[in-house]
Ligand binder design. Sequence first.
Ligand code: TYD
Length: 207
Amino acid sequence: MKGRLITIEGVEGVGKSTNIAFIQSILSERGIPSIATREPGGTALGESIRKLLLDKEQQGMSALTELLLMFASRAQHLEQVIEPALAGGKWVICDRFTDSSYAYQGGGRGLPLELIARMEDLVLNDFRPDCTFILDLPVETGLSRAENVGEKDRFESEHTNFFKRVREVFIARGQSEPRCHIISAEQTLEKVQSEIHEVLKSMLETD
Ligand code: TYD
């Protein structure tokens, strides 16, 4: 049986990693093999592309170049990691995916969403995640949580309004795509995880 692709999205500081570990623990309790991976990155080539994308020295990178690099990393990731894992019956839990391209390169950088949709069709054909969790927080709360961890990368150095536009696109996609579940990360971790658990249970029932 084929695996499923679950993606986790949200602005900086929403607690994606903790919840990825939680999802893997639920799957493992049910005897379902899974892998956790991330974008940009997830392959050796993708991790090199990630370094370029996050490098603060790359101040002159155009929004279109940024989008193309995100999708270059994704194309490699799909072919080398995601598709083989799904074909082998593993579930794939991915820290960010195409919704981040809509939110950051579309909302944040201002590229037309139709252009991103064209890239998505080109690189993914009709492949889409089975389920997406959008962890949502007011931007100021997320940024102050993220601030404690190390030096800021090229995205983290953006201003508050950039992240507000990112959040708006995440919310709009969350409301228009049936595979997306918006979960308030302002709640206690216990509440966040019980909401995630409910969605997983209904996915596992239809398996
Ligand atoms: P990530 O490591 O998840 O950042 P964080 O842990 O700070 O949330 O992702 C790296 C950055 O890449 C993040 O700032 C968002 C950005 N990004 C895009 O702009 N577009 C994309 O398509 C993806 C996948 C990520």
